[in-house]
Design a protein around this ligand. Sequence first.
Ligand SMILES: [Zn+2]
Length: 350
Amino acid sequence: MTENKTQVQSRQAFLVDTLQKLLGQDSPTGFTEKVVTVAEDIVRELGFAARRTNKGNLVVTVPGRETGRKVGLCAHVDTLGLMVRSITANGMLMVTKVGGPLLPTLDGEYCRIYTREGKVYTGTVLSLSPSAHVQDDAATRPRDEKNIAVRIDEKVHNKADVLALGIAAGDYICYDPKTTVTDSGFVKSRFLDDKASAACLLTLLWQMKQTGIRPRYDTYVTLTVHEEVGHGGSTLPVVDELLAVDMGCIGEDLSCTEYQVSICAKDNGGPYDYGMVSRLIKLAKEHSVDYAVDIYPHYGSDAGAAWRSGIDCRAALIGPGVHASHGMERTHLDGLYATLDLVALYLELA
Ligand SMILES: [Zn+2]
């Protein structure tokens, strides 16, 4: 991991550029075609073989230096989102959640509505009591599925006007990620969970191409597209070991920061593989990778989904510390590098 300054700079350029490309595509679960195409183009440009599964995952094959073990890495590129549930008499769109967005954080967010015919309209997510000068409960009305709606930026007065635009129940509503990279190295954006990790894995492929290094064992890197609804990891390639790379939690009772890679010992699905977790901790310690070990109180991962689907593999979970998850998230480039470095060490790149 000794690098000269130019390599560091170009690695950062690739990482940030890739992250912005992924974040620039609306991709709530079930609507991930575009983001997977962007990722596939990046992978092919780097010269790796990739295939799509029926369910929409992208699987990249990286030949190892030795045979004898198959290793899997995964990160998810599907995100949270909304879908049109119904249209009100005055032409607002009632919504249903895709995954688990923190709805109060969506109040005031700009969004795009995608119709089945391929039209795209813009709008704003608002409370149904949106006016401080009019409604008594403008500040206090709950921000939940019953009490928020999307105001479309078209001259609509009633339900028929909305239907005439081609908007219907089942259309996706994608809200703006508002991606910003600060001079101080912070990345502020929605959906860093888990596009930050996906960008790390793609940057690892870039590093392999730049340096000619290879993982010790044959490795399958999968970008999954149903994690936010719980079954993204259910159709992964059959491997001996699986390392899921997904956002690390930050908050009360947890020790991780945005500058670290989080190693999850246990989440809602139970403990991860003892030997793998111990090995990851040892690698981080020995190579001075800034890390934290935590227990996640409200969390499931693609590794858990893989286990539930019956894949007989050891599995662990790591990822960059992400603050305010499923809301206006933030991480730091330091956390992304720590993640990248730990995955590289895990793969025994040489
Ligand atoms: Zn995630």
